[in-house]
Structure formats: C-alpha cells, structure tokens
Design a protein around this ligand. Sequence first.
Ligand SMILES: Nc1ncnc2c1ncn2[C@@H]1O[C@H](COP(=O)(O)OP(=O)(O)OP(=O)(O)O)[C@@H](O)[C@H]1O
Ligand SMILES: [Mg+2]
Length: 462
Amino acid sequence: MNERILIIDDEETLCYFLKESLDEKGYQAVTAHTAEEGLEVVTRQQIDLVLLDLKLPDGNGLDVLYEIRKADSDLPVIVLTGHAAVESAVQAMKLGAYDYLEKPINLAELSITAAKALESKAMRHEIQRLRSQQQDRDHQLIVGDNKQMRDIMRLIERVAPSKATVLIQGESGTGKEVVALALHRMSPRAKKGFVPINCAAIPDTLMETELFGYEAGAFTDARRQKLGLIEMADGGTLFLDEISTLKLELQAKLLRIFETGSVRRLGDIKDRHVDLRVVAATNQDLRQATKDRTFREDLYYRLSVVVIDIPPLRDRIEDVDKFAAAFIAEFNRTRATNIKGISEDALRLMRQYEWPGNVREVRNVIERAMILCDGDVINVGELPAEIVRTEPSMAFAANVVPIPPVSSGVDMKAMVAGIEKRMIEEALAQTQGNKSRAARLLGVSRDVLNYSIQKYGLQMDN
Ligand SMILES: Nc1ncnc2c1ncn2[C@@H]1O[C@H](COP(=O)(O)OP(=O)(O)OP(=O)(O)O)[C@@H](O)[C@H]1O
Ligand SMILES: [Mg+2]
C-alpha cells in the first residue's frame, strides 16, 4: 500500500508541484490549503506523513503542528518554512516536528527527508509491536493461576507502573526473580536495564566496588574507571537478591543512596544522581533479622513499602500440573523435542510430593524426565526416586505392613492376591457393600474393583 502524505500549504501551485513529484516517487499525496482543512484530513484519513507550511491564511502553522501532535503523537510532520524563518523552525522542532525544509523546496532533499521520516515511523511501530508482544509474553511468563498467584499477579500489575520499592519474600525456588522481572518488564522502565545483584554471591571485599564503581586511581589497582551496578540501573530496576546476606555496613550505605537518590564512586569527589526502582528479594525472615539485629530496621521499612509473599509450591500444589505442562513446552521448544505430556500416574505422584525446592525443582525434574523419556509421554519410571517414594501407600507398605516370610517356595502373587482380597472385603464391609465408595476408598476405579470381585468370587449381598 502506498504511504499517504498530506501537504498543507496555501500556495496552490507549490502544492500541485510537490504532489506531482511525490506521486511520481510512488507515494500518494493529498493536499489541503488551510489549517482547518488540514486538521480535518488528519483526523478523518489515514495519513503517514504531513508536510506543513508554517504560514497559513487561517492560523499559525505551529498551532496546527501542536494540534496534529495532540491528535496523533506518532504522525511525523516536516515543516516548510520561508527563507530566514529559522526561529519558527527551531520552535517547530521543539514542538516535535520531525525536520524542517526551507523554501524554495529542493525536491531531492524533500524526497530524502520524507523517506527518512516514514522509515522512522515504521521503525517506531515495529518496536512498539515487538514490545507489546514481549509484554504479552511476560504476562505468560508467570505460570500458575491458583487464588494466591492470581492475587500476586494483580498486585504486580498495580505496583509495576509506580516507583514503589517492592520486597519479595518466599522460599528458594518459588519464583522471586520471575516476579521481580515481571515487575520490571511491566513498568515504564522496561526499556532500561534490569540489574540483578546477588548479595550472597559477591564477596564482601568486592561488594563496594561492584555496587558503587570507582574512578581511575581510587586505589592501586584502579587503572581505569569502573561503572558500578547501581549506576548501571539508572532509569531501570535494581534487583537486590538475597538482601538478608548484606553486611550491616553496606546496608547503611545503601540506605543513604536510596534516601539521597545519589551515589558516589569510590575515589570520586562528587555524588551522581541515580533514578532507581528498587526490588529486593529474600528467603529469610527479614523482620526476624531486624529483631536479631543482623538487618537494619530503617532499611527494612524502606524496602518493604510493598511486600509480595510467594507461597511455597506445596501450598499451591494444584498448579503443579500447569508447571509440568509449561516446562515440557519450554524444553520442547528449546531442545526441539516432541514430548506430548505426562502420564496421570506420574502427575499423581508429583501432586503428593512436598517439593522442598519448589518450582525450580519441578523444572529440574521435568528436564531430567524429558532426557530419560523414550516415548512421547513422561512416565513414573522417569521420575526421580524421592518422588516415587512419596507414594504414601508404598511408604506405608514398606514400613508398616509386615511382609510374609520370604523363603524358597513362596508364591508372591498368591500372597499379594490374598492381601488384595482381604482389603477389598474390608472396604466393602466398611461401605456396606457400596462399590463406588469402596472403590474410592481403595483408590481404584469401579471397573478394577468389579474385576477383582469377580476374580476372587466375592459374594455381594446386593
Ligand atoms: N510462576 C512461575 N512461572 C514460571 N516459571 C517459574 C515460576 N516460578 C518459578 N519459575 C521458574 O523456577 C525457577 C526458579 O525461579 P526463581 O529463580 O525466580 O526462584 P527464586 O525464588 O528467585 O529462588 P532463589 O531463592 O533460590 O533465588 C526458574 O527457572 C523460574 O523460571
Ligand atoms: Mg532468586
């Protein structure tokens, strides 16, 4: 489709002349001779670029420019000025004009400037499209939709646009970093950096230089200047992970930075302003740490303006199915495999497991299972021993039920069948012969129960 260019100029011959030349270049030019007419076209038609004369019979071009920018801030405007009207050209640029051309118009120059303006508009659109696509993906980044996670999602959406400091608490592997990243990506700071600092991983001796950076010559080894992580997060989000491990001395320094909004490199004499959004995470109880005097109370209050508590996976175990599916999809994508899913038996075991490593452990378990898996569905055999062991009845059988003596001539199948038969009789007795309830009690389907009743020739009263 041809790009449409609107020419607003009261000189009809010039309009005609420009239109001819632009049409020839493959654009579709339309003309307007007054401010009113021009604005009308902009609001009614799909226009990709405006050429605007600054002197119009019914008004000042600058006002028209202002109105156009207000109506469609994305529409590029190239201003046409009379000779020696530099001042209004400068003003037009301040008002957001893309560029200006001096009359008499040089056609070659016009064609280059127009092409550039249209290209930059197309590029901005593309960036916007990619960004909103990324945002959609970020929304999906957080898997899980039990009640607590939905509340957390709503909270993220609510606080992301603000600059409020957020403290994320939760056991290891619950998704604290996932939430921190979502907060950043959904904030107006998304274009700038998300700078994670793992307070536990950086040695104490390096912490200050890493955080604050230094000037050349600050100390013997400082040959060149180094930018600190805090300055790198300027305009973006500073993510302080495992904040509870931060030494008291550094806690004081950080607090000062948050309070003054400025940081001083080591060996520097002046403070530099930084615009930070701070998100901190901890798997320790920070409030308790303040009572134990290992964490400054004032810093704690500063950090905990908004608190997000991420529950352990065992408290939202209904989401384990979704995590399994999401990780299977993820690994299928990154490894080009084609695993269809996970068997109901394997899922049942996963729902019974405690998951001390939370979501990260699910991810690892799925990754391992997909490597071991021969078919296209993950089965119990591919789950690690600690999960299979959690089958309560298995554990019960292993620890509590005395096993018949094992010696030569023992008939295991008959023994097990004998136990099976007695358990069915017991279940039927407890449920007054109600087969559906008995089946549920035994954890088998009605069909399996019916089959066994026939097999063992059990008498049913009703
Ligand atoms: N809600 C979620 N949706 C999708 N993936 C998740 C979710 N929660 C956690 N994960 C995944 O689980 C793993 C661990 O998450 P993350 O690193 O955010 O945990 P953490 O709470 O920061 O753990 P730690 O305290 O050990 O640093 C990552 O691979 C992450 O992608
Ligand atoms: Mg983490």
